[in-house]
Design a protein around this ligand. Sequence first.
Ligand code: ATP
Length: 598
Amino acid sequence: MRFDELARAYERLEATSKRLEMRATLVELIRPIRPPDLAKVLYLSQGMLRPEYEGVELGVADSLARRAIATATGVPEPEVVRRTKASGDLGTTAGELLDAARRGEPERPLSVANVYAELMAVAEAKGPGSQETKVGTLVDLLGRASPIEGKYLVRFVLGTLRVGVREMTILDALSVAFADGSKAARTRIEAAFNLSSDLGLVAGALVEHGVDGLDAIGLEVGRPIRPMLAEREPTLAAVLERMGGTAALEFKYDGLRVQAHVAVDGRVTLFSRRLENISLQFPELLADLPHAVTRRPCIVEGECVPIDLDTGDIQPFQLVSKRRGRKYDLEQAQVDLPVRLFLFDVLLDAGTPTYSRPFPERRAALEALVRPNDHVALAAQRVVTTVEEATAFLDEAISAGGEGVMAKSVKEGSAYRAGARGYWWIKYKRDYTVGLSDSIDGVVVGAFHGRGRRAGKFGAFLLATYDPKRDRFETFTKVGSGFDDAQLAEMPGRLARFATDTPPSGVESGIVPDRWFRPGLVIEVRGAELTVSPIHRAEVGAVRAGAGLALRFPRFTGRFRDDKGPTEATTSHELLEMYRKQVRQEAASDDTAGDDRA
Ligand code: ATP
C-alpha cells in the first residue's frame, strides 16, 4: 500500500468530527488492505507503532524534527521555526516547505511498509549516537515524501497526529469492513480485543479466519488483558439487592491496580490499569511473585498498596504514587516505601484460562495458587447475605486502611468480563453516604489564565467526561481549587504535548478556554453536587433539553490519574448515574426530614 493513500485518508479523517463519517472513511481505507500492512495501518492511525502496552516510543523531540525538516528541505532552521510560529504546527510547515522545495520533481512513492520500517528504526535507535541515527532516518524519509506525506509523517513522529481515531471507532470499522457489521460480530471483535489488547492481532485474525477465527485468540503471558471494571451503588442494601441477595465482599484497597504475568521460567511482567508495562517500578514484586504462586504460567490481578512491613499496616496511597515513574534509586524505594500486592483475581492458572469461570471458582483457584509472603497477599474476602454482615465487613475494611468494599457477584455468569464495566462488580466507598458520592476522573481539555496570585500561570482547567458511544469528550466543570503551588506549576509541563491552537476534534464544550488541549491528561476531582447546566455538555438533553450536567464547587483531589488514558476517564453516562443517585438520595432525605418534623 502507498503511504500517500494513508495520508489522504488522514486528511479526510481530520476534516470530520462525526463518528459515522469517520467510520465510513476508515472502512474505505482498510477494506482493501491485507496483513501485514493492515496491522501497521491500524497502529499508525492511532499514533503508535505497536500495541500500546509494548510502550514503543519514537523519542523524537520538536528540535530533532526541526533539524530533520531543515536538512531535508535545505531551509535554514530559524526559518523553519519562524514558519512554525505562523502555522502553529511543525507538520504543516514541513508540508509547505516540501511543496516549495519539490515543485515539478517526479514522484517517488513511499509505501506504508517502507515508512513503518524506517519509523521502527527511529524508535529502536538507543544510546550514544542515536539522535544522529534518528535525524538521518527522518531526513531520508522526508527527502522522499510528498508534501502531504511529510505533513503527516512529522505529526506522527511528534505524537500530534490529530486524526482522532480511537479504539472503539476502529472496532466499528473492522466489523463493517471484514464482517457483516452486525452487533454480534462487533461484540466478538471487541471481546477478542479485550483479551489481547492488540488491534493489529485482532484485525489479522479476522481477515484471515473470519469472526470464528477470533476464538483462537487466547491469553498469552506478557500480553495484558483489558481490566474488568465496577459499577457503583449508593447503599449496601442496593449492592446486595443488585447481586441477588448474596455477594462476595472484598476490602477495596486504595492503591495501584496491577496485572501480574508470571511466565513458566518465573519471569514477571507487571501492567498498570492502562496496560503500561510497569515491571521496573516494583523489583520486590518481580522477586517475590514467582515464589508466591504454586503454579506457572499464571496471570493474576491485584491492588498494590504501600505497607509498613513491621506492622502489616496499609499506608496512604500517596506513597505508592511516588514510586511510579521513578527510574532512580529503586533499591532504596523498596526499603523506604515497600508495597504489598493484594491479589483479587486469577485469569490464567497453570497455563489454563480461568477468566470465563464463575467468580467463586476463580477465587478458590486463587486461594490454591497463592502462597502469601511479605509482598504478596490475598484480598480479604467474606461472602455476605445481609446488610448487617455487609456493614460489619465495611467497618473492618475501613479500619484496616481500605477505602471501602468491592462487591463481587457469585452468580453462575460471574465470569471475568475483560474491558467491561458492569454490575458484576460494585464498588462502595464509605463516603458514598454523604453528599456527592464518588470522585470524578476528568480529562483536561482547556485551561484559563490565572489572575491575582496566579497571574502568569494557568488558574483553572476545563474538564470533560468521555462518552464512549459517541466517542466524544464533553465538558462538565471548570476547576481551579485544590491545586497547591507545586501542582499548579506542574500543569503546563504535563499539558504541553496536548496543546493545540484550535478546538480539539472530539471535544464538545460550551465555553472557550484561553488554551485548548487535546484529551490526554486525566485528573481526579470531587465536588459538592451535580447540577443541570446550560453551559456544559455532558449528557446534553438527558435531564433537560439543551442542558448538560455540571459539577458544582469542584476541587482537585491532588491525584493525577496517570494510570488512566483519556478514554478511561469517568464517562458521561456515569455522571448521569451519579446525578440520578444524588436526586434519589435528596428525595429520600427530604422524606426523612418530613418524618422528623411529624
Ligand atoms: P474504575 O477502575 O472503576 O474506572 P477508578 O480507577 O477511579 O475507577 P475506583 O473507582 O476507586 O477506581 O475503583 C475501582 C478500582 O478499585 C479497581 O480498578 C481496582 O484498582 C481497585 N480495587 C481495590 N481493591 C479491589 C478489589 N478487592 N477488587 C477489585 N478491585 C479493587
